[in-house]
Design a protein around this ligand. Structure first.
Ligand SMILES: [Zn+2]
Length: 619
């Protein structure tokens, strides 16, 4: 470089030009590979939403969801079209090559493509013939990811839809999604309220947006207690030798228990199952689960099928599995392709050391009673949990997980702990063990428990979800800038419940999934002042009416809880609490609450009497 400075100077200039060119090329390249699409520009759009003329209902529903939510966000109504056209479009495309319920969001020139598997009867064995709704779930992903929408809880107040004057979408690479479980159910959130209640309608809408199977197919699975559906009192009279050794065959006009090894019984039972199937040709699954209560036969034959569970209790699993196997083999022969469901629960919740080989038309639903009501916080159960689950997965080809794990019967407005610990543990384990489906229990007291319902619903789709970060996001979206106080409240509830469960007997009893006196004394009475502090702090920082209204829904529960604590003399009644109401004001409050979604509501109304001692026995 003899020419020294000049050369250097010129080189610098050249380098500038060169760098600029390279940068421009890279930018252009980036733009052509993944352009930023301007869907709405200052309240205007050239886009339509397009689906094929003969698109399945799912794709049409997806288009409608996109249209409505984009309008809420931008004020712009995109037309839904099905004629061939060259206008830029969000194209909703059904594609059976994608995974069950799966989708792909990609850009194609100036178009956005939301492709999904919409096959109503999938031939893929891993899905076990569940209808698929990929484009709908792809639309939900698009709205959450690119429009920033969150459906925090049912109804308009639960919708957090950011406002966009201009909506730009940058799809840097195709976004693919598919669920952790083929069958995803969340129950107890108001979806089965009688009639056409607002709670029911909005709960089902919300469930659909959370991609839950039972929003669209409420009867897809069948595991309920059903022995009395098939055998009738007259059958037991005709066959006195079928009676269970405990002598109880019929209760209130219904068959409860019988000897599962009695000659001839299985054949008649299976015949009745077949008749029921024939009467209900569209029923997706028929349950053959025993009556609740576990009063099984201990005759000489049945006793040979009884083992001992890991906690020293009688285990009837071999007897029940043998019964399931015999019935299922007859159904497999007589009605091939029809599905059966059976519980493994109560005194048959633990897998036996040697299990009979089960036919492929039977799905076992593990309902581990021991782990109900935060039981999974007990060290003994925590340690055994995945080992037991894994073993059940080896026994049944279609394992279905069902738990009331982050649930308690809570009728006094006590907000339930989220239990990050349990959430991190259970559905991820079910997904690792390739469960076919799961049914989790939420609550319809949305004002207090919306975060649990939300987290469990999200985990049913994505078992790897970061539950702690998602809880933070939910609280922030719902309650605004003071949300960290609410997180502190939930963390305090979690810590108290953990300590309470660790101190409880390691062996289960029926009172352990109740927000009863011991739980109220251990958790809610000592925490109430702190809960109120967090509530006031959050309220003081709210910047929007929607945040205040959502917080007030939690407040409604705290009014109810305060009342229950006051009546039980478990709280200092100094009149300083913002949740204090005298008896007259409380009665008026309850009346006003009747048509809201805040408090626990069932056929027994909102007031369930004083805090109960052990198991709930009604108001
Ligand atoms: Zn017997």
């Amino acid at each position: 470089m003899a020419k020294g400075t000049q050369g250097t100077s010129s080189s610098i200039e050249m380098n500038h030009v060169f760098c600029f060119t390279i940068a421009l090329m890279l930018t252009l390249q980036a733009q052509s590979a993944h352009p930023q699409i301007t869907l709405v520009d200052q309240h205007k759009t050239s886009y339509v939403i397009h689906h094929a003329m003969d698109a399945p209902e799912t794709a049409k529903l997806a288009a409608l969801e996109l249209q409505q939510t984009i309008q809420k966000s931008t004020g712009v109504l995109l037309t839904i079209a099905s004629e061939p056209m060259t206008t830029p479009a969000i194209r909703v495309v059904s594609d059976g090559k994608l995974p069950h319920d799966g989708f792909e969001i990609r850009s194609a020139g100036s178009d956005i493509v939301i492709a999904g598997n919409d096959e109503l009867i999938s031939a893929r064995p891993d899905t076990w013939f569940l209808p698929s709704h990929g484009t709908l779930f792809g639309a939900m992903e698009f709205l959450e990811r690119y429009v920033g929408v969150r459906w925090l809880f049912p109804g308009e107040l639960g919708e957090d839809v950011p406002h966009h004057e201009t909506l730009r979408v940058a799809i840097t690479e195709p976004i693919r999604g598919a669920p952790a479980f083929a069958a995803r159910q969340l129950a107890g959130v108001g979806e089965s309220d009688p009639g056409a209640s607002l709670r029911r309608k909005t709960a089902i809408e919300w469930m659909k947006r959370q991609r839950l199977t039972n929003a669209l197919h409420p009867f897809l699975t069948g595991y309920g207690h059903s022995w009395d559906d098939y055998l009738k009192p007259a059958d037991m009279e005709a066959h006195p030798e079928w009676k269970s050794s405990n002598g109880e065959a019929v209760r209130k006009g219904k068959v409860v228990f019988f000897c599962t090894t009695a000659p001839g019984l299985v054949e008649l039972f299976a015949k009745r199952v077949i008749e029921t199937m024939d009467r209900n040709p569209t029923r997706e699954m028929s349950s053959i689960s025993p009556t609740d209560g576990g009063g099984f036969c201990l005759c000489e034959r049945c006793s040979k099928l009884v083992t001992t569970d890991p906690h020293g209790k009688k285990n009837h699993a071999v007897a029940i599995l043998t019964f399931y196997k015999q019935v299922a083999e007859i159904i497999e022969r007589e009605r091939p392709g029809r599905r059966l469901g059976g519980f493994v629960y109560y005194n048959y919740q633990y897998p036996p050391p040697e299990a009979p080989k089960l036919p492929d038309n039977l799905s076992l639903c593990w309902a581990p009673l021991n782990y109900y009501g935060y039981g999974l916080l007990k060290p003994l159960y925590r340690a055994e949990f995945e080992v037991v689950m894994k073993r059940w997965c080896e026994i049944t080809p279609h394992f279905y997980y069902h738990n009331y794990s982050t649930w308690m019967r809570s009728y006094h407005g006590a907000p339930l702990p989220v239990s990050i610990d349990i959430l991190k543990r259970e559905l991820p384990a079910a997904a690792r063990n390739k469960a076919w489906g799961a049914r989790m229990i939420g609550t319809n007291a949305w004002g207090a428990n919306a975060p649990i319902n939300y987290l469990v619903a999200k985990q049913l789709w994505n078992a790897q979800l970061d539950v702690s970060a998602t809880l933070d996001e939910w609280l922030q979206r719902a309650y605004g800038p003071g949300w960290k106080h609410m997180r502190q409240m939930y963390d305090e509830l979690d810590a108290r419940m953990l300590a309470h469960k660790e101190a409880q007997s390691p062996i289960y009893n029926g009172g352990q999934y109740e927000a009863n006196e011991p739980v109220i004394k251990a958790i809610y009475a000592p925490l109430f002042a702190s809960m109120e502090h967090h509530y006031r702090q959050t309220l003081a920082q709210c910047t929007k009416d929607t945040q205040r209204q959502r917080l007030a829904m939690l407040g409604d529960n705290l009014i109810q809880l305060y009342h229950a604590l006051r009546k039980a003399s478990l709280i200092a009644d100094d009149g300083k609490s913002i949740f204090h109401r005298d008896d007259t004001a409380f009665a008026t409050f309850l009346k006003e609450m009747e048509s809201t979604m805040s408090l626990h509501s069932d056929g027994q109304g909102l007031d369930h009497g004083p805090i109960w001692k052990d198991q709930y026995g009604g108001p």
